[in-house]
Design a protein around this ligand. Structure first.
Ligand SMILES: [Cu+2]
Ligand SMILES: [Zn+2]
Length: 200
């Protein structure tokens, strides 16, 4: 009896743990570039894991940011400025002072392909730093991380034109998934406990 209950308890815990929030963004070009791709965001123990493939880039580094506005109705320009809820200066992804949206650079190979694999502990898929519904922008030039004398270094990283962009959408079926999972787990523990008491 105990073995069955323990097994059921483990199954319940695994089901609970596998419900991390996920998000996705389809990258489209700005009307003149050939930039295309999909980027995924997933909650993990190391923060948000960002993965995806972007094609159609010029070889080299390209600024990669979350911008504040999830609107590409006017092309990539209507995504506003970098997502910056604390109103601080632009920086590199590992800097202590940075915009929430400062994810650094992605690197395109000689064929124009950038394979993205980034872990970031500042962006989030819920709460104050949530990037859901905001924009992603890929720039023509490298992000200088706010470290050069360029006049826009401390605001945009001097990353130049916007060659690709998209709107970040949720892949989670419920926005209250965490609350639902917590409630199910508590109920599950109570049921297991009640069964244990009855068998004693
Ligand atoms: Cu940007
Ligand atoms: Zn920035």
């Amino acid at each position: 009896m105990y073995t069955i209950l323990e097994t059921l308890f483990v199954i319940g815990c695994v089901a609970f743990a596998s419900g991390e929030q996920q998000a996705v963004v389809k990258i489209v070009n700005n009307g003149t570039s050939k930039v295309d791709g999909v980027v995924y965001f997933k909650e993990s123990t190391n923060g948000i894991l960002v993965t995806g493939n972007i094609t159609g880039l010029t070889p080299g580094s390209h600024g990669f940011h979350v911008h504040a506005i999830g609107d590409i109705s006017g092309g990539c320009l209507t995504t506003g400025a970098h997502f910056n809820p604390k109103n601080v200066s632009h920086g590199g992804p590992n800097a202590t002072v940075r915009h929430v949206g400062d994810l650094g650079n992605i690197e395109a190979d000689e064929t124009g392909l950038a394979v993205i694999k980034i872990s970031d502990s500042i962006i989030a898929l819920s709460g104050e730093n949530s990037i859901i519904g905001r924009g992603i922008v890929i720039h023509e030039d490298p992000d200088d991380f706010g470290l050069t004398d360029a006049s826009d270094s401390k605001t945009t990283g001097h990353a130049g034109a916007r060659v690709g962009c998209g709107v970040i959408g949720t892949l989670s079926e419920s926005s209250s998934a965490n609350t639902v999972r917590s409630t199910i787990l508590v109920a599950w523990i109570l049921v297991v406990f009640a069964c244990l008491v009855r068998t004693l």
